[in-house]
Each structure stands twice: as C-alpha cells, then as structure tokens.
Design a protein around this ligand. Structure first.
Ligand code: HEC
Length: 107
C-alpha cells in the first residue's frame, strides 16, 4: 500500500504533470531539504518506520518529487498531502526529495 501512489503514476499519469522529469531535481539543496523536513517528520517517521503513514525515506528522489507534484496538482487526491504540497515550490520539493532519499530506507 505504501507505494500505491507511485504505482498509480507509473501506470500512466506522468504526462499530466507539468514539470519535466529532468527538471524535477533542479535547484535541490540537501541542507535546505533537511530544514524543511521538520514539518514532514511530525507525520512521516524519520527512521523510515511505517506507523500507518507511509515511509518516505530512501525513495528514488525523482519518484519522490513526482509524487509530491502529483499531490500538489491533485493527480493523486489526498487532502493532507495536498495542503502540505500546496505551500511548497519546485525547488523546495526537489530539496526534500534529495534529503529524504539520503536517509536509510525502511526495514
Ligand atoms: C499531517 C500529516 C502529514 C504531514 C505533515 C506530511 N505528510 Fe506526507 N503523507 C501523509 C499521509 C497520510 C500520506 C499517505 C497519502 C496517501 O495515501 O496517498 C502521505 C504521503 C506522502 C508521500 C507518498 C508516499 C508513498 O509511498 O506513496 C510522500 C512522498 C510524502 N507524503 C511526503 C511528505 C513530505 C515531504 C512532507 C513534508 C513537506 C509531508 N509528506 C508531510 C501525511 C503527512
């Protein structure tokens, strides 16, 4: 269930996302990502443990950014993640993607 969102994207909604794959990680800054992650880890555990909310550590950064943009534009419907992503610009999403990708994946 954790990768449900990713599966949906791979299944064919990628073309509807306005950001091109090669631009997804443009401007990424891992330190900035760490700074921004404070909000995320109140729900998503930083050690990767899945306690009902999907683990987001150790994911491929482009996949991570793709999913974030999908929540932002509503391609994946989820009120909480829509609200979270609506406040983030592409550079912030890229920074979060490289930061969380740098953390160990869930067991
Ligand atoms: C209030 C709790 C909450 C906060 C804060 C939150 N999330 Fe989420 N997030 C969720 C829930 C719940 C889901 C599962 C949504 C779904 O089923 O589509 C989710 C899903 C995700 C996913 C998709 C995971 C997957 O495998 O499908 C990513 C990536 C993600 N969040 C990243 C973030 C980032 C980055 C932040 C901080 C900027 C953040 N989230 C803040 C609750 C939260």
């Amino acid at each position: 269930m954790r990768l449900f969102a990713v599966t949906v994207l791979v299944a064919g909604t990628l073309s509807t996302i306005p950001v091109q794959a090669e631009d997804l990680l443009a401007g990424a800054d891992i330190g900035y990502g760490e700074y921004l992650s404070g909000e995320c880890v109140t729900c998503h555990s930083q050690d990767g443990a899945d306690k009902g909310i999907p683990s987001i550590t150790g994911l491929d950064p482009e996949t991570f950014a793709t999913v974030m943009h999908a929540y932002k534009v509503g391609d994946i419907e989820h009120p909480v993640m829509k609200m979270v992503t609506s406040r983030l610009d592409a550079e912030q999403i890229a920074s979060l993607a490289v930061f969380f990708a740098s953390l160990p994946a869930a067991e």
